[in-house]
Design a binder for this molecule. Structure first.
Ligand code: DAH
Length: 335
């Protein structure tokens, strides 16, 4: 019996090595391991054998059949790989090392600084509901503030988030008070593209909620963040701002580092670049997150991460950041 099985296997091996086309292999398959093949007959004769023989040959026959099936499968795979790969070794190209994207580097830097201040890093969905992106943030339907954030609405009733502020609500729901979170991420707005505007860019959100949190805490965190990111005292100005989810609200601008404050296309000739929106969290927003505004106060801020990267690495056109052009990355000399 052993001999018989072995010779079947060897015969199959030889036939397979001669086969050049898939059709040939399939024919061999049906002849050697198909329903009417010899090995199939032997297998079905097993039931008429004595118990002793069954014990002796059962697994041997079964294993041989499996091995034969494997041989066929391997040969088929081999043939498929051969026909898919065409390798032209006459093409020579230089392998260049990549580097992290400037926005990724800034995101790491800021989250590291914030982590040292006790913030936890969280992330949220890019496809968001109107509730988290607007309503829970005190921006109901038809509120004029929605005009500022030209939104991509999706066919499924959701939208592409226009800001990372949606994570304020997710964080409050998930962690309750007190909390200290930051959340970097990609946001989307239907903007006309120019040197300073893209439809896809990055922000980092921050939120602190505790008993007795004040504006002073907010300013302290903002100033220290900028100082640590730029390793120097950068000129900033604080203006009153309006955001429905904070009261009072502030905007912080930074002197444009591309032109040194003289005015250029990147800063729309104003000498200043808008960097951060911030303020004390509106009581309605705290309530939407399930937190009692009589007990807790908090502040929140949203940095333009993309703009920070532009200022730090002196990139004068936002569009190169999404261009995927590796020549720009190597120009920044960022490890
Ligand atoms: N989400 C705002 C925007 O994209 C920025 C912002 C403003 C975030 C005030 C905040 C905040 O957390 O408190 O324009």
């Amino acid at each position: 019996m052993e001999e018989k099985l072995n010779s079947l296997k060897e015969e199959l091996k030889e036939k397979l090595s001669e086969a050049k086309k898939e059709a040939d292999i399939l024919n061999i398959k049906s002849e050697y391991v198909g329903k009417k093949s010899e090995i199939a007959n032997i297998l079905s004769s097993l039931k008429d054998m004595s118990i002793e023989d069954k014990k002796k040959y059962g697994s041997l026959i079964n294993n041989t059949k499996k091995e034969m099936e494997n041989l066929v499968a391997l040969r088929l795979e081999e043939l498929e790989n051969k026909s898919n790969i065409t390798f032209d070794d006459s093409i020579h190209f230089e392998v260049e090392n990549g580097s992290l994207h400037p926005v990724t580097i800034i995101a790491h830097e800021i989250t590291d600084i914030l982590k040292r201040m006790g913030f936890t890093v969280v992330s949220g969905p890019e496809m968001e509901s109107e509730y988290y992106n607007f309503e829970a943030l005190n921006v109901p339907k038809d509120h004029p503030a929605r005009d500022m954030q030209d939104t991509y609405f999706l066919d499924n009733g959701m939208l592409l988030r226009t800001q990372t502020s949606d994570n304020q609500i997710h964080a409050m729901e998930n962690f309750k008070a007190p909390l200290r979170i930051c959340s970097p991420g990609r946001v989307f707005r239907n903007e006309d593209l120019d040197a300073n505007h893209e439809n896809t860019f990055f922000q980092i959100e921050g939120m602190v909620i505790d008993k007795g949190v004040t504006i002073e805490n907010l300013l302290y965190v903002m100033q220290n963040l900028l100082k640590e990111i730029f390793h120097e005292d950068v000129k900033v100005r604080l203006r009153p701002g309006f955001f429905p989810f904070t009261e009072p609200s502030y905007e912080m601008d930074m002197s444009c580092l591309i032109c040194g404050g003289k005015g250029c296309p990147t800063c729309k000739n104003s000498g200043w670049i808008e960097m951060v929106g911030s303020g004390m969290v509106h009581p309605s927003v705290l309530r939407a997150g399930g937190i009692n505004p009589d007990e807790y106060t908090g502040f929140a801020f949203g940095f333009g991460l993309t703009r920070l990267a532009m200022m730090k690495y002196k990139i004068n056109d936002i569009r190169v950041l999404n261009s995927g052009d590796i020549r720009y990355l190597s120009e920044f000399n960022i490890e």
